[in-house]
Design a protein around this ligand. Structure first.
Ligand code: GLN
Length: 209
């Protein structure tokens, strides 16, 4: 099916820096599953480097990587305003790790300019150097559908002072690791580094809401 087909959900992945290829791989896998929630539509991933790459997208992913570098790239490519407009038009966005940092209302510990689309403060590298990479299952009591999800953390942030409108979908060790503010989803872990498609499926589900 052609990426421009009206029967496809085109999901963009910001491809300035970071692990955008892994997200594109997840979207290919999701497209192959064709589960009932997709209502027969195909999911097609598209690398986003320029403003015009946003045309026709149904959703956008901001990947993990280095939030300072990605933030500079957003400014250089003049993508900040178009991404705000994309969100204001009701399109869902998923940010993972560095991408989640960029979505927050502010970032502390090496501050970086953020998009302010999730009402939370990101504390960068909050797990410290001793445990800068680890994998852990979500705590019991997460939102239905995410039970038993294994989360991979790499120099992950923590999310603090969540606004009243922010829903916590999953926690690890008591910390919110997967949150939702309207149609904006953020994970402090890397869902693209496992073969669990549930976070990406949740983004596609948000397109249809
Ligand atoms: N520590 C990185 C930052 O603050 C994020 C790491 C990641 O995306 N895995 O930008």
């Amino acid at each position: 099916m052609s990426p421009s087909s009206s029967h496809s959900w085109i999901v963009g992945v910001l491809a300035i820096q970071g692990d955008f290829e892994a997200h594109l791989k997840m979207l290919r896998a999701l497209g192959e599953v064709r589960d009932a929630s997709l209502r027969g539509r195909a999911v097609v991933g598209r690398a986003v480097r320029k403003v015009q790459d946003l045309d026709g997208l149904s959703a956008l992913i901001l990947p993990g990587g280095e939030s300072t570098t990605i933030s500079k790239g957003l400014a250089r490519e003049e993508l900040v305003k178009p991404i705000h407009e994309f969100a204001a038009a009701g399109h869902p966005i998923l940010g993972t790790c560095a991408g989640a940092i960029l979505l927050c209302r502010s970032a502390e510990n090496h501050p970086v300019p953020t998009l302010g689309l999730v009402d939370a403060v990101a504390l960068r590298n909050a797990y410290g150097t001793q445990v800068d990479s680890f994998a852990q299952l979500v705590d019991p009591g997460c939102a239905p559908g995410f039970e038993g999800m294994r989360c991979v953390f790499i120099r992950a942030p923590k999310l603090a002072t969540l606004g009243a409108g922010v829903e916590v979908l999953a926690r690890v060790g008591g910390e919110p690791v997967f949150v939702r503010d309207g149609k904006i989803l953020a994970t402090t872990f890397h869902p693209e580094l496992t073969d669990d498609l549930r976070v990406h499926a949740a983004l596609v589900a948000a397109i249809r809401e």
